[in-house]
Design a protein around this ligand. Structure first.
Ligand SMILES: [Zn+2]
Length: 83
């Protein structure tokens, strides 16, 4: 594979996995008011039972995983998506 920018053959390909349900961003005020305890409470109330549930019952939630390959040029640092 050749780099489209500098035509170098020194290109490495890596597989990038994107999970879409996780990408939820909050503002700084949210973190100060709610975030610090909400994450803690959510972790205990939701995550631990969910993990136990997942181990015994199997996957319940559907997470959309998108996998694509990303090529990175080792010569100029240019990166682009490939199939
Ligand atoms: Zn390049």
């Amino acid at each position: 594979m050749k780099c489209p920018k500098c035509k170098s053959e020194n290109v490495s390909i890596q597989i990038v996995n994107e999970s879409h349900l996780v990408n939820k961003h909050h503002g700084i005020i949210w973190w100060i008011c709610i975030g610090w305890w909400w994450v803690f409470v959510k972790w205990i109330i939701l995550t631990i039972p969910a993990l136990i549930f997942a181990i015994f019952v199997g996957k319940r939630k559907k997470i959309v995983n998108e996998t694509h390959k990303e090529a990175v040029c080792q010569s100029c640092g240019y990166n682009w998506k490939t199939k």
